[in-house]
Design a protein around this ligand. Structure first.
Ligand code: ZN
Ligand code: ZN
Length: 389
């Protein structure tokens, strides 16, 4: 089959690789019909996630059709059209039982690698390095889906593919960002980053009762999406002082809930950005935490900072004093796909949210670098490139 393989920093190639096969009884083989790029893939391509190897198939946000099931798969049949969560969960361990699927104890066969850095291993993720399980990704014609009964969700009748695709990763990640905020009626929620996840966090914040959502970015077309599609009040940080503007919008208090939907490769105009960039370039710190610092400074006393932008390693100049003395609650994590997807499919099927607008650039598997460059440089109003094998 054809697949998009990692070959080094900003080097992807479309290669012919062996078809996947059933290895465990709970596996299914899915013929991929759509596979989206994601901001966290850029961290792989830019070399910030170690343990990538030449030939690894990337991609983790996808949907398709079940073509084969192992003998232990009970809920799925050949021919089922499914959307698949990007993170793997066994369904049996204490974390999965508590719906904390991205903390699964059994889905990462390479647990010993992240344990060295993190103390404990997170769950496996499709196409996301050997530290996260070494699973083949979804930018391919076929993919093996372990624990298929847990990770595959049947697409509701009458709903378009492009509307459910993002229930795999971007929508549950954004929804979890809002859910972690414990939003109360009247809350003002600020979201840094108006990419796919940020936009989904904005919709979700309103679904969960926010009174006002504020979107922050620097790309005018993304801000326009946040305004028109997600009904957000928007701030362009290249045009306004974000901290001042947020105070103005909140009667001086600061937003009740602040969401970091950017992560380790943040950009800003401040001096700290140049400092972070220099340290990251020579690998003295792995992540650029510009947005994280901003959320902590902006958040009102006693408020919540919710982090779904991905971080990989170490940061410095963390404003611990502000977080501590303002009594902030910090919540974070990789998304619990299996917990949220059924609810999100209901929102999509009932028309309350239609994430289809994220799909701006469908593309064949033959153009990996074209797709990722467009996405990385945010050219041509690109929100998401989707490969259609
Ligand atoms: Zn992702
Ligand atoms: Zn588990």
């Amino acid at each position: 089959m054809k697949a998009i393989c990692y070959n080094g920093i900003m080097d992807l190639r479309t290669e012919t690789v062996p078809d996947p096969s059933i290895l465990n009884s709970q596996d299914a083989i899915v013929r991929v019909t759509m596979s989206s790029v994601c901001g966290s893939d850029l961290h792989l391509l830019d070399g910030y996630v170690p343990t990538m190897r030449e030939g690894d198939i990337i991609g983790h946000e996808f949907m398709g059709e079940v073509v084969e099931t192992g003998p232990g798969v009970k809920k799925l049949r050949k021919g089922d059209k499914v959307v698949v969560g990007s993170i793997l969960g066994c369904g049996e361990c204490s974390f999965c039982q508590q719906q904390a699927w991205s903390l699964c104890d059994n889905s990462n066969p390479n647990a010993h690698i992240p344990e060295k850095l993190y103390g404990h291993a997170p769950a496996g993720i499709f196409g996301y390095s050997h530290a996260f399980g070494g699973y083949a990704g979804s930018h391919a014609e076929y993919i093996r889906v372990p624990f298929a009964d847990n990770g595959c969700f049947k697409v509701p009748e009458g709903v378009r593919d492009e509307s459910v695709l993002f229930c795999s990763d971007a929508f549950p990640t954004g929804f979890m960002a809002a859910d972690m905020c414990d939003i109360r009626p009247g809350d003002i929620v600020a979201v840094w980053g108006c990419g796919g996840v940020g936009l989904m966090a904005m919709h979700s914040a309103y679904l969960l009762g926010a009174q006002l959502v504020i979107g922050i970015d620097r790309f005018p077309d993304r801000l326009e999406m946040a305004r028109t599609k997600a009904n957000a009040h928007v701030l362009n940080y290249e045009e306004v002082d974000v901290q001042e503007a947020l105070k103005e919008l909140t009667g001086g208090r600061g937003p009740d809930r602040c969401i970091d939907a950017v992560g380790m490769e943040a950009h800003s105009d401040g001096l700290d950005y140049l400092y972070d960039r220099a340290k990251q370039t020579v690998r003295l710190q792995t992540d650029r935490p510009t947005v994280l610092r901003e959320t902590i400074i902006a958040c009102r006393k006693g408020g919540t900072v919710s982090i779904v932008g991905v971080y990989g390693g170490l940061i410095d100049k963390f404003p611990m004093g502000a977080a501590m003395n303002k009594g902030l609650t910090l919540k974070m994590g990789q998304q619990h796909a299996q917990k949220y997807i059924p609810r999100l499919l209901d929102y999509v099927a009932s028309g309350q949210v239609d994430p289809a607008y994220l799909l701006t650039h469908p593309m064949s598997l033959d153009k990996p670098m074209e797709g990722y460059k467009l996405f990385k440089e945010k050219k041509d109003h690109c929100l998401r490139v989707v490969f259609t094998p």
